[in-house]
Each structure stands twice: as C-alpha cells, then as structure tokens.
Design a protein around this ligand. Structure first.
Ligand code: NAP
Length: 243
C-alpha cells in the first residue's frame, strides 16, 4: 500500500524536519501549517527537489472543520493516510497561573489536545479500513516537570501522554500503533520569543551543553512509523540529551 503521511505543524521546526525525512523514506507527505504559507510551500519545494511527493495544506488543528478538510484533501490528492504525526502545538506564551485566562487555556488545549484527539480520530477511521497505520504524537518533557511559568502548556502535553497510552491499547487489535515522542529543549523558533536570559538559564540546565536539533527528534519519529518499531506501541519516548 502507498505510504502517505500527514505531519501537522510542518512549515518549520520539528514538523518540517519530520516531513522532509519521511519524504526521503518514501512517504507522500502532507505538510500542514497554520498561517505561514510561504514556509509551508518551501518545505514542499525542498521535498520535491529531492524527488519526493508533497502537498501543503493550511488548517488550524484547533478547529474541527479544518481538520476534516485537511483529511479530505489528503484523501483526494495523496490517498488515505498511513502515518499521522500530531506535531502542531503552541506553548501559549509564558504566563503564571495567577494570570491565566480561560481563553489562553482554551487555545492551548484546543491545539495541543483537542487537535491531537480529532486528527487521530480521522486517521483511525481510514487506517481501520486499510489494514493499519502508525500515529506519533509530539508531547514535551515539560509534561513531567511542569514547565517554568508554562504549566498550561505542560498540562496539555501530559494529557497527550495519557491519551497515547489509552488510545494505543484501543487500536492495537487493528494493527495501528500509537506512540509519543517527548522532546527536551530543541533549537526551534518556539524559543525565539523567550527573553535572552531565560534561554541562557535554560542552556545551563542541559547536560550535553546544547539544545537538541530538529533532525534528532525527526529520526525518532521516522523510526516509530517504520516496521523496525513493530512491537512498540503506547510508548512515550524522551529525546532529551539526558536532561
Ligand atoms: P515551532 O518551530 O514553533 O513550529 C510550530 C509549527 O506548528 C509551525 O509549523 C506552525 O505553523 C504550526 N502550528 C502552530 N499552531 C498550529 C495550529 N493550531 N494548527 C496547525 N499548525 C499549527 O515548533 P517546534 O518547536 O518545532 O515544536 C513542534 C512540537 O514539538 C510542538 O508540539 C511543541 O510543543 C513540541 N516541543 C517542542 C520543543 C522545543 O524545545 N522546540 C520541546 C518539546 C516539545 P505556522 O508556521 O503556519 O505558524
């Protein structure tokens, strides 16, 4: 069967690296993005330049109607999805609980948690019909230590971890595997809005003395959607440089 991957949030960072790596490994790839059309198209162009097949689809994973349209587009243009990477996410900005608003909480949970649930639901419908598939969620090590003034984000990623365990058991009989990659601190634009002293303090806590790079996370995702990981499901795998 044709290998078709949807990578959410693939216009930059971990998602872009994953989309490019999966394309090199024979997947036709849907590069999803939120608003940055130019960057989404650049990832597609890079894939095509290497002989791969890809499309860019704008869709907000915090909106159910956008997710439905995303999957319908992929059905039509690439075929039914065989690998879903729920990578799109937002940290919602640094904020103490004392200042949290319902709207901020809602936007973080809608993208990180509801988006992961609903995209997974759409993928599983297709995977059940077509004999199986793989889903990889991207959570965060913040789910374990709570983040620093990012408890809204950390809690949303803890929800993704718990979802992974329950969902993996539910779909295991259908030859569908569900796993989560839990990155530590990875060098992406997600950190660009942080104050420089926050980044400097963060760097001091990293045992390898550096952030991870996007390829180091993408390689784990690639392995989790490959037959080499055929007995791995319901796992939450840290990619943290031992932090
Ligand atoms: P990033 O560089 O900030 O890129 C975020 C990507 O997600 C972009 O492609 C963005 O699209 C897209 N996106 C954001 N909200 C979306 C939405 N509602 N619907 C669809 N797409 C959306 O992020 P990153 O650092 O690569 O992070 C990727 C994942 O890894 C996230 O889930 C993040 O929580 C997790 N993670 C990151 C780190 C880290 O240190 N970087 C650590 C642990 C976990 P546009 O370009 O169109 O805006």
């Amino acid at each position: 069967m044709r290998k078709v991957a949807i990578v959410t949030g693939a216009s930059r960072g971990i998602g872009a690296a994953t989309a490019e790596l999966l394309a090199k490994n024979g997947y036709a790839v849907c590069v999803n993005y939120l608003g940055n059309e130019t960057r989404g198209n650049e990832v597609v162009a890079a894939i095509k330049k290497n002989g791969g097949n890809a499309i860019a689809v704008k869709a907000d994973v915090s909106k159910e109607e956008d997710i439905l349209r995303l999957f319908a587009t992929v059905d039509k243009e690439l075929g039914p999805v065989t690998a879903l990477v729920n990578n799109a996410g937002t940290n919602g900005g640094i904020c103490e609980v004392a200042d949290i608003t319902f709207d901020r909480l809602h936007s973080v949970f809608a993208a990180n948690v509801y988006g992961t649930f609903i995209a997974s639901r759409e993928a599983v419908k297709r995977m059940k019909e077509n004999g199986g598939g793989c889903i990889v969620n991207v959570s965060s090590e913040a789910s374990k230590f709570g983040g620093t003034n990012l408890s809204h984000y950390a809690a949303s990623k803890a929800a993704v971890n718990t979802f992974t365990v329950g969902f993996a058991r539910e779909v295991a009989p259908f030859n569908i595997r569900v796993n989560t990659v839990s990155p530590g601190v990875i060098d992406t634009e997600m950190h660009h809005s942080s104050p420089p002293d926050r980044i400097a303090n963060l760097l001091k806590t990293l045992p390898m003395g550096r952030m991870g790079n996007v390829t180091e996370v993408a390689e784990m995702i690639k392995w989790l959607v490959s037959p080499e990981s055929s007995y791995v499901s319901g796992a939450i795998i840290p990619v943290t440089g031992s932090r």
